[in-house]
Ligand binder design. Structure first.
Ligand code: MN
Length: 211
């Protein structure tokens, strides 16, 4: 009897455990073609991103992280928990930034900030392309803003992101090989150049307004 009672006690006092779920893609698998193929999305979203979410759930079960938001975990964790939490967040953000019908240039206060810092949108893109091709190994290139609205291009290895550095992310370019190898093989520069055709600046404008 004692083991049964113990088991019941453990079950009823176990803290509620949050489970993160894979966010569905906000568009169809073929809707980003030809820049990003259905096959890439099926691997990148359904396999790579799902693996980060599943691994995160496994790692945080029964720990204080289980009661935190994804953003809180990113701020407070290290090692494998941070890597999987940040990659889950980064990918949701990345897929939400792309669109079948993107707004291909910013307007208003974000355009003003781009021109003030980089001279022109083309120059900003060139700077981010250069950051993407020169980043060694896996990582991300971000456009981020500080509280005052100043823009910054940030290169980060592996899962690093602007939230970790107190900045507001506006755009993120995934330069892990899994993001482009099916469609572009080793040509990272071509993959990043093509990605601009799918980046929806209305998302960046909204994030800039709410920073
Ligand atoms: Mn990725």
């Amino acid at each position: 009897m004692i083991p049964l009672i113990l088991t019941l006690f453990i079950m009823t006092t176990e803290p509620a455990t949050k489970t993160f779920t894979l966010e569905p893609l906000p568009y169809g698998y073929r809707e980003l073609e030809p820049e990003i193929s259905e096959e890439t999305l099926r691997y990148h979203h359904d396999k790579h991103t799902a693996a980060y979410v599943n691994k995160l759930n496994e790692l945080i079960a029964g720990t204080p992280y289980a009661d935190m938001t994804l953003e809180e975990i990113i701020e407070k964790s290290d090692g494998a928990v941070f890597n999987n939490a940040a990659q889950a967040w980064n990918h949701n953000f990345y897929f939400a930034t792309l669109s079948p019908k993107p707004k291909t240039a910013p307007e208003g206060e974000l355009l003003d900030a781009v021109v003030a810092r980089y001279g022109s949108l083309d120059n900003l893109k060139a700077r981010m392309n250069s950051a993407a091709t020169s980043l060694f190994g896996s990582g991300w290139v971000w456009l981020a803003a500080d509280k005052d609205g100043n823009l910054e291009i940030m290169s980060g290895s592996n899962a690093d992101n602007p939230l970790r550095h107190g900045l507001c992310p506006l755009l993120g370019i995934d330069v892990w090989e899994h993001a482009y190898y099916i469609d572009y093989r080793n040509a990272r520069a071509d993959a990043v150049q093509a990605l601009w055709e799918r980046i929806d600046w209305s998302k960046a404008e909204e994030r800039y307004r709410n920073r």
